[in-house]
Design a protein. Structure first.
Length: 133
């Protein structure tokens, strides 16, 4: 395609915001943390600032997430933007001749790194744990 028209679009079974939230919940659960969205605290919001992937010459993925934890009173007790800057990798087939599954796998890995970085950021787990008491 030209001028922003994708040649081989990637597809998701669910909307991307739900895919990211589900992956975030799984990453928390693997660390033994479950957040009840019906509870007053902590309130966790994961907003997608950027979620882009392309493979014109080499695969690139840019994923940025804004993480906010609020107390029961609605006060923001933690806020952090995490970013996985576009990284490039090359495979056997690159550019428009590459298999879209390679870009999909790369994008998934980049999203996982962004989520892990967000959870491992200083203060995040403390904010969650102090609000769950």
């Amino acid at each position: 395609g030209e001028y922003g028209t994708p040649l081989k679009p990637l597809h998701s079974e669910k909307p991307i915001d739900q895919t990211v939230q589900d992956a975030f919940d799984v990453a928390l659960a693997t660390r033994g943390i479950r957040i009840d969205q019906r509870a007053a605290a902590p309130s966790l919001k994961v907003a997608i600032v950027a979620f882009e992937a392309d493979q014109l010459v080499r695969a690139e993925a840019d994923i940025r997430l804004d993480i906010v934890v609020k107390s029961a009173s609605g006060e923001t007790i933690y806020s952090h933007e995490t970013a996985e800057d576009p990284e490039k990798f090359g495979g056997v087939a690159e550019g428009i001749f590459a298999d879209p599954k390679d870009l999909q796998a790369y994008t998934q890995a980049t999203m996982d790194r962004a989520i892990n970085e967000a959870i491992d950021a200083p203060g995040f787990l403390t904010a969650i744990m102090t609000q769950q008491r």
